[in-house]
Each structure stands twice: as C-alpha cells, then as structure tokens.
Ligand binder design. Sequence first.
Ligand SMILES: C[S@@+](CC[C@H](N)C(=O)[O-])C[C@H]1O[C@@H](n2cnc3c(N)ncnc32)[C@H](O)[C@@H]1O
Length: 279
Amino acid sequence: MPSLQRDYLKLLLARYWFAPPVALWRAVELRVLAAEEFPRPILDLGCGDGLIADVLFAGEEPLEVGFDPWWEQLRQGAQSDMYRHVQQALGDAMPYPDDTFATIFSNSVLEHIPDLAPVLREAARVLRPGGHFIATVPSDVFRRLLAGYRERMSVGDLPGAEAYATRVDRRLEHYRYPTPRQWTEMLAQAGIRLVTTRYYIPATVAALWDEGNATYGISEDSKPFYRWLASPRLKKLGYQNWLRRQVVRVLSREWRHLYEMNVPEGGVGAGLLVVGEKA
Ligand SMILES: C[S@@+](CC[C@H](N)C(=O)[O-])C[C@H]1O[C@@H](n2cnc3c(N)ncnc32)[C@H](O)[C@@H]1O
C-alpha cells in the first residue's frame, strides 16, 4: 500500500526539480492518494512515464498493467520497472478482458480526454465487481482559484479572468471540470457507484502554483530564466545536479506548510479525488 509516512514533497522536488510547482501539486496529490486502498491487480489508466506510480508505490511489487497512447512516455514507463506490462492503448478501447482489475488508478488523465463517457464505460467493463476506481482531476473550482483569475476578478475584470483561465486550459489541454455531482452521474451512467470525492490543493496552494508556473518559466507569459537554467541543452555544463539539490533543500522547507495544508472542512480546492466502486 502507498505510505502516508513518505515525504512526497522531497521525492517529487527531486524528480521535477526543473518544474517545482508541478512537484508541489503532485506531492499534495500523492499525499491524498496515499490514504486510499489499491487492491491488486491494478491498472494505471494513462500511466505516462510511470514516474507517479514509481513514487506512490515505491518498494512494492510492480503494478500489473499501465497503458497510455503516448509512445515516448510509455517507453520511459516500460523502463521504470514499475509495471509488469505496459501497452500503447486509448482509454475508450482498453485491450483487456471484462472483470480483470481490482483497481483502476488514473492520475491527472481524465481531464485531457475529449470524450469521457466511452472511457468510463471501458473502465467499468474491465473492473471486477466491487473494484475500486480512483482518479485525480482538477476540480470544478480550478479556474477560479488561479492567482491570475483572482487578480483580475479583484478589479471586476470578469472577461479578463475568463480569458486568463481559458489560456491556462489551452496550455494544459484540459477539456472539462465536472462538479462532484456531475461525477456521480457520469460514473453511474458507466456502471460505477461514486463512493466519495475529496477536494485537495486549497486556495493558497492553487494561487502559489499558478504564480510559480510564471516564476519558473512554465506558463506562456512567464519569466524564462529558470526554464533556461534547467534546460536539458545546458546539462553538459554540469551545474544542474547542484541546482537540483538546492531546489530540494530550499523548497522542501519553504513549501512544507503548503504541502501539508488541507482544504478546510466543507471547503473546496483546485484538485478533486474521485473514488468509485463498480456496481
Ligand atoms: C498529465 S499526463 C499524466 C500521466 C501520469 N498518469 C502521471 O500522473 O504522471 C496525462 C496522460 O494522459 C494520457 N492520455 C491522453 N489521452 C488519453 C486517452 N484517451 N486514454 C488514455 N490516456 C490518455 C496522455 O498520453 C498522458 O500521458
């Protein structure tokens, strides 16, 4: 089982030192996921390069299966030893028999898929009865917790705020932000009963994440200095290991309180954990 004791902030800053805000978001995500149960066999839907599974399930037996349509990412996933099998496939045509998996895990994937209904139907088909469906997605309030959105709204500039959020959607290739109620309906139509949803990434963390994307050269209208420093092209100059160690040392201390911050009871956050069970 994933461990609640693990320091996901340090682990992910070490992996994503070139994009620290990504490390922060994903560290909070893993802290939230680590409280869930993942019965075997597990299918990682949209596994990418396997890095997230590698950190979340560190020290465990490899996950049974990971799949993703993106060949280059998948190739790295295959090298990570984190999966028994990796396969190139799309979520709406999963190459597995009915009732195969006890858990489907999908981290930061479903928001990138234009037509979600067939993917959820496929998930229900390949899950065993009673099997767990565990997904993380940006929440229905993601856009309005962005620092750039809030700044514009604070001066009454709704069109500017919406245009800003639309640019973020486009950069991140996000197609939708369902509410918990909409998740209940979408999953029910596929044959999965919603067990719980939980918000994470409180407003303070979401705002810092958004500002950090500009500071570290991740978003469009951002300062490119750090991106340039962290560029793979400059690896040969030999300073990047030092830079990486500094990022881990400094930010794992400075961002600790953000990493540990929970969404207040009854409040909302920019991320949403969705947990379902095959009916
Ligand atoms: C933000 S990445 C997340 C990867 C990995 N789950 C992680 O947490 O690092 C989104 C992934 O969704 C995958 N994806 C996009 N469309 C998909 C689809 N129709 N079916 C399955 N995966 C898809 C992409 O190829 C990409 O690897």
